[in-house]
Design a protein around this ligand. Structure first.
Ligand SMILES: [Zn+2]
Length: 145
């Protein structure tokens, strides 16, 4: 183990040390509610004394609309998981966050895989693929992409 890591760990509050031991930063985890594979970015202690994590939805391990960091994840929301299978498509469609937000705010819609903007009539060609977003319940609305 890296000496720097042990030093860093030793300087954390006891609660965070226990969390680091429970969920080491070098493992890959599945975020249970969205099924995304995530890596740990930070261990946080909330004002109410509970611990939470910041995780990265990393395009090396998922097919995502955009790579992003997610705050306020509870330890019990994560479970250790395997790397993507050989046949699994991974990567980021790199849809800009403002486009995703606009589609979210209008209650659903689609982005274009090529234009990286909101899907329009001019997109209707064989090369452009619509990516539906936020069209179902909040939990399944992203189609896990
Ligand atoms: Zn298009």
């Amino acid at each position: 183990m890296l000496p720097d890591f042990q030093e860093w760990r030793a300087e954390r509050p006891p609660k965070i040390q226990a969390l680091i031991d429970q969920l080491p930063p070098w493992n890959l985890y599945r975020l249970k509610d969205s099924n995304h594979r995530v890596t740990i970015y930070a261990y946080d202690e909330e004002e109410d004394g509970t611990c939470s994590l910041q995780v990265i939805v990393d395009c090396r391990y998922n097919l995502v609309i955009a790579e992003r960091r997610v705050f306020g994840i509870k330890p019990e929301d994560l479970e250790e998981c395997d790397l993507p299978g050989k046949d699994e498509t991974v990567g980021s469609l790199d849809i800009p966050l403002n486009v995703i937000k606009t589609i979210h705010d209008q209650g659903g819609g689609a982005a274009c895989s090529v234009c990286k903007t909101i899907w329009t009539d001019t997109c209707d060609t064989a090369d452009h693929i619509p990516i539906p977003m936020f069209q179902n319940s909040p939990k399944s609305g992203e189609n896990n992409v």
